[in-house]
Ligand binder design. Structure first.
Ligand code: FES
Ligand SMILES: [Fe+2]
Length: 444
């Protein structure tokens, strides 16, 4: 293990050593310490609705299969035959009672058991203990439709790992009694960037919006235009929410009655698109009953949050799968209310593709910045100079309205917390050394 990780991250002063984005040893340690033991998003329950459904995904660089076995139980398996290591499934998703390896034919059921071995009698003389050679299985837990998995048996429960942050995730996941589902398939694309630049941005970089996405002011959507207006830091309702767990959220809540900034805070309720606006207004009462008045207004269109390390959510979900220190594969899902009319689901899906799809206007704006920041981190000259993320340091506080540490919308508290958590997890040898606090906001 590398020593001195904590010397590369100075969260008190908001300084970062650029080597953490490109150093191969740091990256190897990340695969082991971060991706080998944190809870990672592996799919949505709606992707494996029926018994024997499966969908492929990754945990870090490892290919995995999320399955629902023949009795309805969810599993996440390393997509690797236990014989020589061939992938047991090459399909992205489907329904099958078992997976036969294409090399020598070992066959595994959707519950991971090794159920078929060619030559079991003739070649193995029935001496192979098949119960010992099932698929390698990760621990799986769900939060309101989202499925997460971890390789570490000693990791805290998912609900404790999310902590009070789950209170905010309900804005996306629990607006309606029917919950959510994935609409359409999964977009994937590869970028020459370190995964942390993506996590850092979606954890709550309100600062870049007016500059990077400035062109949206001319695109006719007032809700987007409002969000890209220059530095609205004077608005006390636009906030960062920071968690010591490295999760972050960047949005707002209407602290005042009849808040004139509601258009910015609740873009769906004020959408220019009549289908979306009517749907969110029609279902507002149900959302308020379920979530309370503060969260009911936090509609989730393009208001990003980040669950440490790589799960981003807004009106969608995306994962920053690492593919080496300088490469990241993005997977993007449109997540919609299951009970919404088809026209609303279609609108949300197209809205996602237009904004944060592989050729989306906001995605194009962001992506080049992430690539440039990664490239700069390789320079030996540049590395003599740390990254600055010290904005608003010391201006965080508590709110009566919502959990977490609240700070101004334009600030870098979330980034400081993210890298502090990263350094903590990178330095700890066991989960017992990693801080987990009791949840306080069980219900909104
Ligand atoms: S590698 Fe799968 S059966 Fe040999
Ligand atoms: Fe952006």
């Amino acid at each position: 293990m590398l020593s001195g990780i904590r010397n590369l991250v100075n969260s008190e002063n908001g300084l970062l050593d650029r080597s953490i984005f490109v150093d191969k040893d740091v990256y190897q340690q990340e695969l082991e310490q971060v991706f080998g033991r944190c809870w990672l998003f592996v799919g949505h329950e709606s992707q494996v609705k029926n018994n024997n459904d499966f969908t492929a995904n990754y945990m870090g660089e490892d290919p995995v299969l999320l399955t629902r076995d023949s009795k309805g139980k969810l599993h996440a398996f390393l997509n690797m035959c236990r014989h020589r290591g061939n992938r047991i499934c090459r399909a992205d998703f489907g329904n099958a009672p078992s997976f036969m390896c294409t090399y020598h034919g070992w066959t595994f059921a959707t519950d991971g058991k090794l159920v078929g071995v060619p030559g079991y009698k003739e070649a193995y003389f029935e001496e192979l203990d098949r119960t010992q050679w099932g698929l390698v299985e990760a621990r799986v837990e769900t939060y309101k439709g989202l499925v997460f998995a971890t390789w570490d048996a000693s990791a805290p429960k998912l609900i404790d790992y999310l902590g009070d942050y789950a209170w905010y995730m309900d804005v996306l996941l629990d607006r309606r009694a029917g919950g959510t589902e994935v609409a359409g398939g999964v977009h994937r694309w590869v970028m020459n960037m370190n995964w942390k630049f993506g996590a850092d941005n979606f954890a709550g970089d309100g600062y870049h919006v007016s500059i990077t996405h400035g062109s949206t002011r001319f695109m006719g959507d007032p809700s987007r235009a409002a969000r890209s207006a220059p530095l609205p830091n004077s608005d006390p309702n636009r906030v960062h929410v920071t968690f010591s767990y490295g999760h972050g959220w960047n949005s707002g809540f209407a602290a005042k009655k009849n808040d004139p900034t509601l258009a910015e805070i609740a873009p769906d309720l004020n959408s220019q698109n009549a289908v979306a606006r009517e749907y969110f207004q029609d279902t507002y009462h149900e959302a308020e009953q379920r979530l309370g008045p503060v969260r009911a207004k936090m509609t989730s269109s393009t208001l990003p949050g980040q669950v440490f390390p790589t799960f981003t959510w807004f009106n969608a979900a995306r994962v920053w799968h690492p593919r080496g220190p300088e490469k990241t594969e993005l997977w993007s899902y449109s997540i919609v209310d299951k009970d919404a009319p088809e026209a609303v689901k279609k609108h949300k899906r197209i809205q996602l593709v237009e904004s944060f799809g592989p050729a989306g206007n906001l995605e194009e704006d962001d992506g080049n910045n992430f690539v440039q920041c990664t490239t700069a981190s390789k320079s030996l000259i540049a590395r003599k100079y740390p990254i600055n993320q010290n904005m608003g340091n010391g201006h965080e506080g508590k709110s009566e309205l919502a959990p977490g540490l609240i700070s101004p919308h334009i600030g870098e508290a979330n980034q400081r917390a993210l890298y502090a958590r990263w350094a903590e997890i990178m330095s700890a040898s066991i989960w017992d050394q990693i801080k987990i606090e009791p949840r306080t906001w069980v219900k909104g």
